[in-house]
Design a protein around this ligand. Sequence first.
Ligand SMILES: Nc1nc2c(c(=O)[nH]1)N[C@H]1C(S)=C(S)[C@@H](COP(=O)(O)OP(=O)(O)OC[C@H]3O[C@@H](n4cnc5c(=O)[nH]c(N)nc54)[C@H](O)[C@@H]3O)O[C@H]1N2
Ligand SMILES: Nc1nc2c(c(=O)[nH]1)N[C@H]1C(S)=C(S)[C@@H](COP(=O)(O)OP(=O)(O)OC[C@H]3O[C@@H](n4cnc5c(=O)[nH]c(N)nc54)[C@H](O)[C@@H]3O)O[C@H]1N2
Ligand code: SF4
Ligand SMILES: [Mo]
Length: 709
Amino acid sequence: MTVLEPAAAQRQRTVRGTCHHDCPDSCGWLVTVEDQGLRPKAVRLRGNPEHPYSAGELCPKVNRFLERVYSPHRIRFPMIRTGAKGEGEFRRATWSEALELVAARLQAVSSEHGAEAIMPWSSAGTQGLIQGSSLDRRLFARLGATRPLGSMCGLTAGAGMEATMGSRLGSDPLDVRHARMVMLWGTNTKLTNRHLWPFVEEARAAGAPVVVVDPLRTVTAEAADWHLQPYPGTDVALMLGMLHVIIRDGLVDHDYVHRHTQGFDELAAHVASWSPQRASEVTGVDPSDLEFIAQLYGSTTPAFIRTLIGPEHREHGAMFFRTLACLPAVTGNWRHLGGGLARSVGSWNGAFVDDSVFDAPHLWPDGRAPRGINVNHLGRALTHERLDPRVMALVVWNANPAVTAPRSSLVRRGLAREDLFTIVSEQFPTDTVRYADVVLPATTQVEHVDVVPAWGHLYLGWNDAAIPPVGEAVPNTELWRRLAGAMGFTEPELFASDEDLITQALTGVDVEALRRDGFVRLPVPEDLRPWAEGGFPTASGRIELSSPGLAARGHGALPEYRAPQEGWGSAVAERFPLALLTPKLHTRFLNSSYSPLPGHGDREGAPYVEIDAADAERRGVADGDRVRVYNDRASLDLVARVPRSGTGRGRPGVVVVPFGWWRHQHADDSVANDLTSDTLADWGGGVAYYDVSVEVELTVPAVSPEPEA
Ligand SMILES: Nc1nc2c(c(=O)[nH]1)N[C@H]1C(S)=C(S)[C@@H](COP(=O)(O)OP(=O)(O)OC[C@H]3O[C@@H](n4cnc5c(=O)[nH]c(N)nc54)[C@H](O)[C@@H]3O)O[C@H]1N2
Ligand SMILES: Nc1nc2c(c(=O)[nH]1)N[C@H]1C(S)=C(S)[C@@H](COP(=O)(O)OP(=O)(O)OC[C@H]3O[C@@H](n4cnc5c(=O)[nH]c(N)nc54)[C@H](O)[C@@H]3O)O[C@H]1N2
Ligand code: SF4
Ligand SMILES: [Mo]
C-alpha cells in the first residue's frame, strides 16, 4: 500500500487548454490540477495571460467552469430510460449493456427500414476539431445513415458572402484596431464576442467613430457613438440606400471598382432609385442619419465592417451578407489594413486544418451518398409520416435541439414518438436528454484532448486533458470508437486515436509550438489584406456586384430587398402584428448551456417578453403582468417587461424573448423556440429563427367591473 506524503498529495501542476464553446473568442486557459491521492482534481481554471487575444480574461460563464465540471447534475454513467419519454426517468446501466442495446437497435432499424432511417444530429456543444466532428462522420458514413445538411449557425452568412466574392475569407477581426471608422453590423460584440471589444476601443481612442446597426438597442449599441436601428430584416434596403449615397456623392474607389469588380454600372443604375427617403420608408432609419453614415463610411479610410451571425437567421439571410459584401468593394476598403469586412474567420483555418480528412465517402454501403436532411428540419423529419424511410433512430450529441432547434415544440413532438429510438450523448440532463432511450455520459473540455480552430481570431488553440474523465464519461471520439466496435465494424479508420486524428487534419502548422504554448497563430501574413490586389475566385475573377450565378439560381443578379413571408413587413402581420426576436442576451448563458446551473439562470431573472410601451398600452398590458405570447405554432406564458417609452431594446412593433432557458424554467414548460419558424434561409442551409410574427395578450383579464344595479 502506498502512503502518500501530505506534500505529494497536494502537488499542483498547470495544464494549458482552450475554451471549446461555440463562441468566437476561443480563449486560452490554465487549469491548476492537484494530484490529490490517486484522483487528480482541477482546483482552479483561469485565463491564460499569455494568450495573445484573450489575454488572461475569460467570461462570467467560464469563470465558473469547474462548477460545471464537478456539478452534482453531471451525467456520470450510461443510463437507460425507465419512465415515459420526456419525463427524464432513467436507471444506471453499464457501458457494455448500453452499447449492446444501441448496436442491436441500430442494426434492427437498419435491416427493417434501411440505414437512412438513422439520423445523426449534432451542433457545436464543443467546436473542438476532433470532439466537435470527426470519427462520427466516418461511422455514420459506414452505417449509410441520413446525412445531416445545413447548420443552425454560420453557413448562410458564409454562403452569402461567397456569392459576391467567390470566397468566405475576410479581414482579421483584430485589425479593427487600425480602422478610422467601425461599423458593427448585426453583431452584439460586447456580449457575444467580448474580447474583441478592447480592439474596437483601441480604434475609437484613436478617433474612430463606432456605429452599430441593430434592430435592438443592445449593450453594444448603448456603448456606440451611433446606433442605426432598422426594422428587423430590412438591412438590405439600408445598404442599397447607402450605396445610392456613396455613388451619388462620388465616394466610389473607381480604380478598385474598375480593376476588381464586375457589374458596377448595373448596380449604380439599380440603386439610383434607392434614395435615403425610400430606404427610410422600408427601414425606419431617418434619411438624414442614413445619409450621414453613408457619407462617413464612403469618405473614411480605412472603414471596417464587423458582422457575425445574427442577421443570417432570416429568410433572406444570405442576401444580407451578399449585399453587405458590396460595400467594401465599391469603396475600395479591401485595400487597407483596418478596412474590408470581418465575419467568422473559420475559413482561414481551412488551409491548415483540413477536416475533410474525416469525411469517408468510400465507406458508404452502396457507394452512393445517403439521403440528406437539413438539420433545421429536425421537427419535420421526426414527425413526417410519409418520409421514406421515416426516421426511426436519432443520435444526438453536442446539442440540445429540444430547446435550441427552430420550431422546438415540433421537435419535441417528434422526440416523444414511442417508435423512435433516441440516443443522446451529454454532460447534463438537458430537455433533449429527457426524451432519450439511452443516455451516454460525455466528458468536458478539461477531461479530453483537442485542438480548437477559432472563428473570431487567427490563433489555433491546444487543449490538453487536465483530469481523467468524471465518472464513466467518455470523449465523443471514444464514444464513436466504442460504437463502431459494438456494431462489429473493423475498418481501421473508424478506430483512429485522438492523436492520429489531430495529425491527420493539421497541415503546415507548428504542432510543437501549439502544444508547448497552448496556441499558435495560423501561418498567414501579419498584414492580412486578402483582397487588396483582387484575385477573387469567382467565375469572372472579380467581385460580382451583379452576379450571373445568383440570377441563374433565381435570386436576382443584383442585391434586392424582399420582405419575408413571416415577421416584420410580412402579410402574416395582419393576424400576428408583432415581430419577435429571440436572440442571445445573457452574459451567463451560452445558447442553452448553463441556464439551469446555479450562478447562471438564477442570476438572469425569470424568462420574460419585452414589449414596447405603446404596444403594451394598446393591449392593456403593464410592466410585470403575465401575458401570452402566441402564434400558430405555440403559446408562451411569460412576464411582460414594459420599459418606459424610448428606453426599451426594440422599437414599436418588435418584441423580444431572450433564448436559452430550459423548459422547467418557464412557467408553462415551453421555450422561446416553440414560437420560431423552420423556414430555411434563401441559400446556405441556415434557418429564419428571427422572422417570426406573434401577438401578445394579457393572460388574466382585468377584473370585470361590478354589474350596475
Ligand atoms: N454570452 C453569450 N455569447 C455568445 C453566445 C451566447 O449564447 N451567449 N452564443 C455564441 C454563438 S453560438 C454565436 S453564433 C455568436 C453570435 O454572435 P452575434 O452574431 O454577435 O449574435 P446574435 O445575438 O446572434 O446576433 C447579433 C445581433 O443581430 C441582431 N439582429 C437580428 N436580426 C437582425 C437584422 O435583421 N439586422 C441587423 N442588423 N441585426 C439583426 C440581433 O438583435 C443581435 O443583437 O455568439 C456567441 N457568443
Ligand atoms: N431562438 C434562437 N434559437 C437559436 C439561436 C438564437 O439566437 N435564437 N442561436 C442558434 C445558434 S447560433 C446556435 S450555434 C445553436 C446552438 O444550439 P446547441 O448547439 O444545441 O447549443 P447548446 O445549448 O449550447 O447545447 C450544446 C450541448 O452540448 C453539450 N456538450 C458540450 N460539450 C460536449 C461534448 O464534448 N460532448 C457531448 N456529447 N456533448 C457536449 C452541452 O452540455 C450542451 O447541452 O442555437 C441556435 N438556436
Ligand atoms: S465562452 Fe467565449 S468568452 Fe467565454 S471563455 Fe469561452 S471562448 Fe472565452
Ligand atoms: Mo451559433
